[in-house]
Design a protein around this ligand. Structure first.
Ligand SMILES: CCCCCCCCCCCCCCCC(=O)SCCNC(=O)CCNC(=O)[C@H](O)C(C)(C)COP(=O)(O)OP(=O)(O)OC[C@H]1O[C@@H](n2cnc3c(N)ncnc32)[C@H](O)[C@@H]1OP(=O)(O)O
Length: 216
């Protein structure tokens, strides 16, 4: 379920069944993925209904773009040119290629992430802001899945070793604690084989009503 609200209209409920056509799911493999990216994806991917531990989260460049109903409030959102930051570069493989898998029982999310050439920071390596972005995205998805709609209140990141452009890494997150409106998530980015630690992070996410986005 996705909630929609704006300052001048009452909060409305919009469900994915209102989608008019199949949107592009960016979490599915494409030709830019390396063999290693594909191998890791296959490792976590499970047949729908197969009872596997991991569920892939679909990923769209804008969730509401494909909805057909919802009145004035929704149409104002749909008509805007906003796009999800991590999915707004058209060239496959150029920036963020990733798929997130959720393990509800363990309250964990794992993301297989291939960092493209447009994410350069230090020569040949991934920009720290791009690393922060993927961490925010994956920890945010993990917190959202467990606690419902949340915003990032705090993110602490230790950059332990640089990530090479074009490489594939694993972003592994877990919900550590939920207390009232607050959800704490920890995160580690490692090399694909798990042998090298690149980044460690913790995040605090606070549950809000979607109307918070319109009222500040
Ligand atoms: C079915 C599911 C599918 C899932 C599929 C999802 C896919 C989806 C993928 C996309 C995932 C993208 C993920 C991006 C996520 C962003 O990037 S969010 C954007 C960046 N974040 C923001 O812009 C947030 C800006 N900040 C705010 O709006 C407000 O400060 C907040 C965080 C909502 C908190 O404000 P508030 O609601 O007024 O709450 P407030 O009463 O101040 O605080 C509540 C509690 O939190 C504590 N707190 C608040 N801020 C802090 C802080 N900075 N440090 C420590 N404690 C704090 C307070 O002390 C308080 O604690 P208690 O007193 O209750 O113990």
């Amino acid at each position: 379920m996705l909630l929609c609200a704006c300052a001048s209209a009452p909060v409305q409920q919009v469900s994915p069944r209102l989608f008019s056509s199949a949107p592009r799911d960016y979490s599915l493999p494409n030709d830019s993925w390396s063999a290693e990216m594909r191998r890791l994806y296959d490792q976590y991917d499970q047949e729908p209904g197969g009872g596997g531990r991991w569920k892939r989260l679909p990923s769209y460049n804008r969730f509401l773009k494909y909805a057909t109903a919802g009145g004035q409030c929704l149409s104002r959102l749909v008509q805007s040119r906003a796009r999800l930051f991590t999915r707004n570069i058209k060239e496959p493989g150029a920036a963020f290629e990733y798929a997130i898998f959720i393990n509800e029982e363990e309250k964990r999310a794992v993301c297989v992430f291939q960092a493209g050439h447009l994410l350069e920071g230090p020569p040949g390596h991934v920009h720290g802001g791009a690393i922060a972005t993927i961490i925010d995205n994956v920890t945010g998805a993990c917190a959202t899945y467990i606690s419902g709609f949340v915003l990032t209140a705090n993110l602490n990141i230790n950059y332990c070793s640089p990530i090479s452009l074009g490489s594939v890494v694993l972003v592994d997150c877990a919900v550590d604690r939920v207390e009232g409106r607050k959800t704490w998530v920890s995160c580690r980015i490692t090399s694909a084989d798990g042998s090298k630690l690149h980044t460690e992070a913790t995040g605090l996410f606070v549950s809000v009503g979607v109307s918070h986005l319109f009222t500040g």
